[in-house]
Design a protein around this ligand. Sequence first.
Ligand code: AHM
Ligand code: MG
Length: 297
Amino acid sequence: MPDDTNEAAGEPDSVVDAVFDAVAATAPAIRDALPGRRVESDDENPSGETVLAGDMYADELLGEALTAVDGVGAYVSEERPDATDAGEGYSVAVDPLDGSSNLRSNNAMGTVVGVYEGSLPATGHDLVAAGYTLLGPITTMVVADESGVREEVVTRAASGDVTRTVVDDDLTLPDEPTVYGFGGRVPDWTDAFREYAREVEDELKLRYGGSMVGDVNQVVTYGGVFAYPALTDAPDGKLRLSFEANPIAYVIERMGGASSDGTGSILDVDPDGLHDRVPLYVGNETLIDRLETALDE
Ligand code: AHM
Ligand code: MG
């Protein structure tokens, strides 16, 4: 634990705040860079996926900004095979540009952030805070820590100064679920998940845009369920535990919702490697309970 945190005194953690300051400060610069970076790079990420120039640029900017924060000991990115050492302190895991395939079609995307105590890989119980930015029509940032979940609007003045304005200081999941979004191709879903999905389709409205941050933010706003499920040819699904699933599970659980890998909370999953994948189901508790029952039958 870095010395300059105030967590022991029950005060907001100053390192966590500095981390989200850095993430917020980077968001307008990432947005600026997108128009010229819709093309594929020649690289693959450690998960074997083709990387867009936008992914690489976002990773560079976030890497620079976060390793410069006092109290951050490691920068760990979906786009880098190993952690980048930054001294003593928290490990900050990021998916620099989640939903980057939405860049060509000009739809929502953002950055996912998990602040872990100690080194990675670790379980989600080592998270001290997590959140995401959403580059939609406006730039927002959702930040969760021990004290709760907040939504902020991120703006940049002509001077270049970036401001975080809290617009909701106590985000909780709406009691009445309204929307659902499920990833992967229907023919690749398991029979048990397909059956669950048919029930959910009768009850809720489909909202799926192909970026986890955008689709999860629909659930955060309206209540419901988001999943990137286990697929018949990919039993661990697509999303990565350290960079995507854990931070999102942490946010949803802090809002009073639930997360699952199909059998229990995402935060309980013990990874072998930094880039492990996991099926992700998050949303209102009743819907996640029903999902676990459906997958167990
Ligand atoms: P990315 O981080 O490379 O963009 O991949 C993750 C994205 C998620 O945002 C989204 O939920 C999922 O992949 C969509 O996958 P697909 O394109 O297979 O539907
Ligand atoms: Mg992603």
